[in-house]
Design a binder for this molecule. Structure first.
Ligand code: AHR
Length: 503
């Protein structure tokens, strides 16, 4: 018998308003993300600042609202002062996180300019590995104070009269990880994060702060880390971070496609810990979450081990994404939307060349990887109110994960445009899925389009030579009858069903 599944949504049962920053991304000084990615003076597409216009066009097409910068592991050894002032005076440094040489041709002001050119905003991560509260307050003063103080006047002297007004700041990166430069215990990190938060907010009370949660659900210190860090920082920070990456090294695709259920668990668990600390402190404040690193990452692990150290911008973490990776990214986006009442910020890690939706050749072309498309669809059509999805779906088990629904789905209602968008993944590798959506209280709807991303070969990829091998097609089978939507979802497919609510 054919697989069939159903989703019911109701206008009044909303998860919440989706924060646009759910569609954020990340640029680290790592590999060719900056040099050869967003910045390549001399490239035929470079503007007078060295920003690649072809890359900017693609970033704008993705409508990326916020970009985390400058790391990542990089930030824990980075002196932000190396990246300001006349370029010819900036030092070349050994970069210990990724064992490269950092030339510092690009820094805070250049990134602020780039983000503006990309119609985006900056999420700045401070170094709490080798630096402390002095640099934490100084970088806020440099970036955000109007003028009339040492650091703000220095910025003005560097040609930036107007402050950058960076609103969102990360208090370090993955400080629970032994691989981190300046790794800390939860107690040590909680204390320094609190003291940094105080001086940063005293310097600019309008900013928001993200404290580091665990760098993954599998960390031995998970849960205790969150509870201890929040015990110190609860009333001083606005978000707690989560990071996760999934891979399919053992080629077990049913399990790989089910990984987003672990993302759901991770978010639920961290929310529970936040609420535990809230209760313990008798606080009125709700802690929101910043899922500021998430993606598929495993293809490049082996080739990265073979790279010579101490190069400038070597091709690190250059995962070439397959069709099945795009499905996992689609499921992860649906997971973020299903928790958008709690997750306010999320950053697809990363944006260009380094585990990224956009790939470039030095001196050559830029193209979209497979994962570009679900990310773009969610960013363009996933803004509005996410609706509670009541899903009835047949399920499957894998050795590791049980009760995996074949259908992963959520709907977003954009009241302004009068549109509803259904995002749906059919996880079945063998069968089409008969899909029905009951939109009840919306009344009559009409179909705008049904976009489908699928491919006969789940390992198909896009390359410079064949950049559109995996790309979405219009003309999916969705039909609308009043407030009922019926479609046949192709096996292993990502679907975007866009509807107009009839007035
Ligand atoms: O995004 C790549 C790396 O993954 C980041 O530098 C680090 O924070 C995480 O471990």
């Amino acid at each position: 018998m054919a697989l069939s599944a159903k989703m019911i949504v109701d206008k009044d049962f909303a998860i919440g308003q989706v924060d646009d920053r759910l569609y954020g991304s990340f640029i680290e000084h790592l590999g060719r993300a900056v040099y050869g990615g967003i910045f390549e003076p001399g490239h035929p597409e470079a503007d007078d600042r060295g920003f690649r216009r072809d890359v900017l066009r693609m970033v704008k097409e993705l409508r990326v609202p916020i970009v985390r910068y400058p790391g990542g592991n990089f930030v824990s050894g980075y002196d932000w002062k190396d990246g300001i002032g006349p370029v010819e005076n900036r030092p070349r440094r050994l970069e210990l996180a990724w064992r490269t040489v950092e030339p510092n041709r690009f820094g805070l002001n250049e990134f602020a300019d780039w983000a503006k050119a990309a119609d985006s905003s900056v999420m700045w991560a401070i170094n709490l590995g080798t630096q402390g509260i002095e640099d934490a307050r100084n970088v806020v003063e440099y970036a955000n104070h109007p003028s009339g103080s040492y650091w703000s006047d220095l910025r003005v002297s560097h040609g930036y009269r107007e402050p950058h007004r960076i609103k969102t700041w990360c208090l370090g990166n993955e400080m629970d990880g032994p691989w981190q430069i300046g790794h800390k215990t939860a107690e040590e990190y909680g204390r320094i994060a609190l003291e940094a938060a105080k001086v940063m907010k005293w310097t600019d009370p309008s900013i928001e702060l993200v404290a580091c949660g665990s760098s993954g659900l599998g960390m031995a210190t998970f849960a205790e880390w969150e509870a201890t860090v929040l015990d110190h920082t609860y009333e001083h920070v606005d978000y707690l971070s989560l990071h996760t990456y999934y891979g399919n090294a053992d080629n077990d695709t049913p399990t790989f496609l089910a990984r987003s259920l672990q993302m759901d668990d991770f978010i639920r668990s961290v929310s529970a810990i936040c609420d535990y600390v809230k209760a313990k402190k008798r606080s009125k404040k709700t802690m929101y979450l910043s899922f500021d690193e998430w993606n598929v990452w495993f293809h490049s692990h082996e080739s990265d081990k073979k790279l010579e150290p101490w190069q400038v911008a070597p091709p690190q973490l250059e995962d070439v994404y397959t069709m099945e990776d795009a499905l996992v990214v689609g499921c992860m986006l649906i997971s973020l939307l299903k928790h958008s009442d709690r997750v306010r910020i999320a950053c697809l890690a990363q944006l260009v060349n380094v585990i990224a939706p956009i790939m470039t050749e030095n001196g050559g072309a830029a193209w979209a990887q497979t994962i570009y498309y679900p990310y773009m669809h969610a960013s363009l059509y996933g803004r509005g109110r996410a609706l509670v999805p009541l899903v009835q779906s047949p399920k499957y088990d894998t050795k590791e994960i049980t009760d995996v629904p074949y259908l992963e789905s959520v709907a977003v209602h954009n009241e302004e445009s009068g549109e509803i968008t259904i995002f749906a993944v059919n996880r079945s590798l063998d069968e089409e899925l008969r899909f029905e959506a009951d939109l009840r209280s919306f009344g009559a709807c009409s179909l705008i389009e049904h976009l489908v991303l699928d491919h006969a070969d789940l390992k198909a990829v896009n390359t410079a030579a064949d950049p559109a091998r995996v790309s979405p097609r219009a003309g999916g089978s969705a039909k609308v009858d009043g407030s009922r939507v019926g479609a046949s979802l192709a096996k292993a497919s990502w679907n975007v069903i866009r509807l107009r609510v009839e007035p």
